[in-house]
Design a protein around this ligand. Structure first.
Ligand code: NAI
Length: 333
């Protein structure tokens, strides 16, 4: 079984290589992303392995099908970049539903602490032997209210971490459940009462731009927004305006609406032509990481293991517990 991997980096190759040659698997790692221009590279392979910023639209799916490919193995949890309706009945899609929810929840808290306690500023200052404290005042987490949107695997772990800080937890989820010490509220109340808002829901039609000028207008002045889920949950222009108008106190962004143009690549020698991203990065109260929340040794190793299991399950004609499809129960699409 020849598998074409797209959008690969050294850390992908390093974790997947140990499975290369096992159980008849043969891997080819392409650095390029999968899109209409690059789909031709998949000709001659039996399956494709793709990642968060590959563009698996209906044309790409049609081409893959014409090459005889019957499986796309996503080596990630999210699949908003796959046209599930176009794939239905033609190509099966599997994913890694959970590889380390701890990795993402801990990164959300790392960004939050860094931002609120101005660690990013202090780090640069002390590197330059500047030991002044002016402008580094943060606030205690203890007693503050955190609003969590999406209380699935990652949201719940983030909630447990917040509880450790003695925070009050409000939550909103389309399918609320019982979580000790958590009050489910509607978004209006969550926006109005939260000092910190952290996004842990998937990107769907309903959640696209869940943070925009209308919701920002309902929030507390000085609110801190954390997004480790998907960039388009936030209208970036509206976020920027909220920061300029001093309504948003800080933003911690591991994802960005137009991240596929930039994230995972080195643009340090280039002029970045996305003015919104450039302006956000210049803000002293914005921290951007490059879709890094998943990047722990444990997560990478779990991603590789589950992806290989998914691929073998398909070729051995077993059930596909990690399948997502237009009509599957476990899919939002
Ligand atoms: P999950 O499926 O366990 O939880 C998602 C939760 O969102 C569920 O409780 C669901 O009911 C809720 N939800 C669905 N639609 C909603 C809506 N319209 N409004 C409010 N809540 C809604 O997913 P998990 O594993 O917790 O992941 C959450 C998100 O984190 C993923 O969708 C993915 O986009 C993102 N992610 C980011 C990573 C990174 O490296 N930055 C890595 C892994 C996931």
């Amino acid at each position: 079984m020849k598998i074409a991997f797209f959008d690969t980096k050294d850390y992908d190759r390093n974790t997947f290589l140990k499975y290369d040659g096992m159980s008849g698997l043969e891997f080819k790692f392409f650095e390029t992303r999968l899109c209409e221009d690059t789909v031709g590279l998949a000709d001659g392979y039996d399956a494709v392995c793709a990642f968060v910023n590959d563009d698996i639209n209906s044309q790409v799916i049609e081409k893959l099908r014409s090459f005889g490919i019957k499986l796309i193995a996503m080596r990630c949890a999210g699949y908003n970049n796959v046209d599930l309706s176009a794939a239905y009945g033609k190509i099966r899609i599997v994913r890694v539903p959970a590889y380390s929810p701890y990795a993402v929840a801990e990164h959300a808290m790392a960004m939050l602490l860094c931002s609120v306690r101005r660690i990013h500023k202090a780090y640069n200052r002390t590197k330059d032997f500047n030991f002044s404290l002016n402008g580094l005042t943060g606030f205690d987490f203890h007693g503050k209210t955190v609003g969590v949107i999406g209380t699935g695997k990652i949201g719940r772990i983030f909630i447990e971490i917040c509880k450790g800080f003695g925070m009050k937890i409000l939550a909103f989820d389309k399918y609320p459940s019982e979580i000790d010490g958590v009050e489910y509220v509607d978004t209006d109340r969550l926006f109005a009462e939260s000092d910190i808002i952290s996004l842990h829901c998937p990107l769907t039609e309903e959640t696209t731009h869940i943070i925009d000028k209308k919701s920002i207008a309902k929030m507390k002045k000085g609110v801190v927004i954390v997004n480790t889920s998907r960039g388009a949950l936030i209208d970036s222009e509206d976020l920027l305006n909220g920061i300029k108008e001093r309504n948003i106190g800080a933003a911690c962004l591991d994802v960005y609406e137009e991240e596929s143009d930039f994230f995972f690549e080195d643009f340090s020698g280039h002029i970045v032509n996305d003015d919104t991203l450039a302006r956000l990065i210049t803000m002293p109260n914005v921290i951007v990481t490059s879709h890094q929340a998943f990047l722990t040794e444990e997560a990478l190793s779990n991603i590789a293991r589950t992806t290989v299991e998914n691929i073998l399950d398909f070729f051995e004609k077993n059930e596909l517990p990690n399948e997502v499809c237009f009509r599957c129960k476990n899919s939002a699409g």
